[in-house]
Design a protein around this ligand. Structure first.
Ligand code: M6R
Length: 359
């Protein structure tokens, strides 16, 4: 059932070219007329989720605000539930959950629904509680995810949020059909890019894992769309390797965390060629100046970053809005290799359950 892979997690990482394709196709086969009609009078979106699904929500915020021009707040379900929520019928709540059974998420959004919000859920498990409790449902088409660490469902959540934001923009006449098609053209290339690169990235991250698996702490830095990917990279590493890791928006480093940097601190920096590239570059230079070990995730052949990095992982160039989907995968593999080198049970990490159905 592991199809020749050593662990479910690795198998699921390798399934991503297919699950991304299936999620794009599945998304486009659903019309969801009512949802895109309703979106025209939505004034604010609340995204509510836990763990990895919460990180997908943070990326989704960028896309929804950029394309659909609707303000978005993203909250941990366990916090959202106990706030004084300001909600009316022009509020759309989006619950993101692989399982559709996470108690924190379900009960938080049911509360919002009671107060009059419309509820959209993005779930992987067909027929799950959340899917039945929601006004609208968008599925990620991943099949079962067995590894406790969410991998393929994360990239599928990203795809779904991106397509949702573009479809909403179309329905509000904020973008043209032509714009959507050009975007789709870039998006549909991702699975073959990933397919082509996976083996190399697997090898490269394994080498890096051998070099750094004894580190006590890791920092993950990113900006903009890749800031949530830094958080996700840190979460993956924590949950399966039990190494302390933190994700940070790189620009925030100088406000405190930079004090942590010394020659023992590996700093994984997500720095593709996007609109924040120059900013990110100067942040990495600050890390280097304090002798941190810089592991960069770069767009292929970027010599400028290679020169200041101790190690680097290359990804292919793409539409800059799509980088989070490509940058997430090497970080899954890096966590996987560090954890297996340390002899941890990656599919069943201690203290964790795949689905948390208690508060
Ligand atoms: O099923 P859900 O997406 O609602 O689960 C949410 C979190 O419990 C989950 O993402 C958790 O953080 C994973 N173990 C992360 O890999």
């Amino acid at each position: 059932e592991k199809a020749g892979y050593k662990h479910f997690m690795l198998k699921e990482i390798y399934e991503q070219p297919r699950t991304i394709t299936d999620t794009i196709t599945g998304f486009l086969s659903q019309e969801n007329k009512e949802l895109y009609e309703k979106i025209k009078d939505i004034q604010i979106i609340h995204i509510v989720a836990c763990g990895t699904s919460y990180h997908a929500g943070l990326v989704g915020k960028f896309w929804i605000e950029k394309f659909a021009k609707i303000p978005v707040i993203v909250d941990y379900a366990s916090e959202y539930r106990y706030r004084d929520l300001v909600i009316d019928d022009k509020t759309l709540v989006i619950a993101i959950s692989q399982s559709g059974e996470t108690a924190d998420t379900r009960f938080a959004v049911l509360e919002a629904k009671k107060k009059g919000a419309k509820l959209l859920s993005i779930v992987n498990v067909v027929g799950s509680s959340l899917s039945r409790e929601s006004d609208y449902v968008l599925y990620t088409y991943c099949g079962p995810e067995i590894g406790v660490a969410a991998t393929k469902t994360f990239t599928a959540q990203l795809i779904t949020l991106l397509l949702f934001s573009l479809k909403s923009a179309l329905s509000k006449n904020l973008i043209s059909e032509k714009y959507f098609e050009d975007f789709y053209h870039d998006l549909i290339k991702l699975p073959s890019i990933i397919e082509r690169e996976l083996k190399d990235i697997d090898k490269k991250t394994e080498d890096i894992a051998f070099k750094y698996h004894n580190a006590k702490d890791f920092l993950f830095l990113g900006r903009g769309l890749n800031y949530p990917i830094a958080l996700e990279g840190a979460l993956k590493l924590k949950e399966i390797s039990y190494i302390h890791a933190e994700g940070y928006p790189a620009g925030e480093m100088k406000h405190g965390p930079i004090a942590l940097i010394d020659e023992n601190m590996p700093v994984v920096s997500i720095i593709p060629k996007d609109n924040l590239y120059e900013k990110m570059l100067s942040n990495i230079q600050e890390v280097k100046a304090r002798k941190g070990k810089v592991i960069s995730l770069i767009t292929k052949g970027n010599k400028e970053v290679i020169e200041i990095s101790d190690d680097f992982i290359e990804i292919e160039e793409t539409n800059e809005n799509l980088y989070p989907i490509l940058t997430a995968i090497p970080l899954q593999l890096l966590a996987y290799h560090i954890a297996t080198i340390l002899g941890k049970d990656v599919d069943q990490p201690r203290n964790l359950a795949k689905t948390v159905t208690v508060e």
